[in-house]
Write a protein that binds this ligand. Structure first.
Ligand SMILES: [Zn+2]
Ligand SMILES: [Zn+2]
Length: 327
């Protein structure tokens, strides 16, 4: 019994890398660190670099939202941002049968960063491969068809050789797929956006991107409260710093501190913060992490003083390619 969640794209709004000048400064920092650590031999380079956390070397990634959730019997994808290209490459490099799917793609909403990778998902071009799209939005099919449309993309939807199916979901009603159950809950985001609770036996993953999380209390959340209950791993929108939340009210994104508050209250064991701002450099995400650590420590101290029982929470800012096993 386990769920394996792989994060193929974790950036928000737009695919973005640091500027070349940013990478130059970053590499200078790595080299300075190498010598400051007392190394001087080329043979030490590999072990030194491998001793650092991966995002401190290679960054957090450029691709926009795409997450793969695997159970022992099936697999789903959530969203088709530009990160889906890496998943597509994995599928295409696998055995011939793996190209046919079936692929189950659950859409949260249709902002560019959540669907721009779909035309680059190669199984669309494999004869008789099977692709299923799911979404609460009534215009799911119309929108996906419009992504494959001239002059935005040279191959019209009607000519795709794959067998493509569309499934409209009922809000807050679970769908069963082999040993998975997937339930859409509404997030706080324009246009609108639906998060997913994915459960396998007693394990649960909550996909909470994109959300401003303006509703926090159980009363405010009402029928969407179960999205945060009984969760082992929560993927949470933390595009902004806490002070930025006030400046960017109604922009539809949240901050890590809000996610931690939810985790404390709901006893969520593991939280990954995501939807990194396209302008966020490695140093800026590290800074967000430092601010979050400060808040986390303050919450722990406050809880100790007031005698509150504190859950054990693991949290981090996610990087592209991270794979997490729960259960
Ligand atoms: Zn987004
Ligand atoms: Zn959005």
């Amino acid at each position: 019994m386990s769920l394996v969640v792989k994060f193929w794209g974790v950036r928000g709004s737009l695919p973005a890398s640091m500027l070349p000048t940013g990478w130059r400064t970053h590499i200078q920092g790595l080299l300075k660190g190498f010598f400051a650590d007392g190394h001087s031999k080329p043979s030490d380079i590999e072990s030194y670099i491998n001793s650092l956390a991966l995002p401190l070397v290679g960054g957090y990634g450029t691709g926009t939202t795409c997450v793969e959730v695997n159970s022992p019997k099936t697999r789903i994808l959530i969203d088709g941002g530009s990160g889906i290209r890496n998943f597509s490459d994995k599928v295409m490099s696998g055995h011939a049968g793996s190209l046919k799917g079936p692929f189950h793609i659950f859409m949260t909403h249709f902002h560019w960063d959540h669907l721009m990778g779909l035309p680059f998902f190669s199984p669309h071009f494999v004869p008789n491969s099977e692709i299923h799209y799911y979404g609460v939005q009534k215009d799911l099919e119309e929108v996906i068809r419009s992504v494959f449309k001239k002059p935005f993309f040279p191959v019209p939807f009607e000519t795709l050789p794959a067998n493509i199916h569309f499934h409209t979901l009922e809000p807050r009603k679970p769908v069963k797929m082999a040993d998975l159950e997937i339930t859409p809950y509404q997030l706080d985001h324009p246009d609108p956006c639906w998060g997913y609770k994915v459960t396998h036996k007693k394990l649960a993953y909550a996909h909470c991107v994109d959300t401003e999380s303006t509703r926090v209390s159980p009363e405010e959340l009402g029928p969407d409260h179960p999205l945060y209950q009984g969760i082992d791993l929560m993927y949470f929108d933390a595009q902004y710093t806490f002070p930025e939340l006030a400046e960017k009210a109604n922009w539809g994104h949240s901050a890590a501190q809000i996610g931690l508050d939810l985790a404390f209250r709901e006893n969520i064991k593991h939280v990954l913060f995501a939807h990194h701002d396209p302008g966020a450099t490695i140093a800026q995400i590290q800074d967000l992490k430092a601010q979050t650590t400060e808040y986390f420590q303050w919450r722990l101290e406050h809880a100790a003083e007031s005698g509150e029982t504190v859950p054990k929470i693991i949290w981090d800012f996610v990087h592209e390619g991270l794979e997490v096993r729960i259960g």
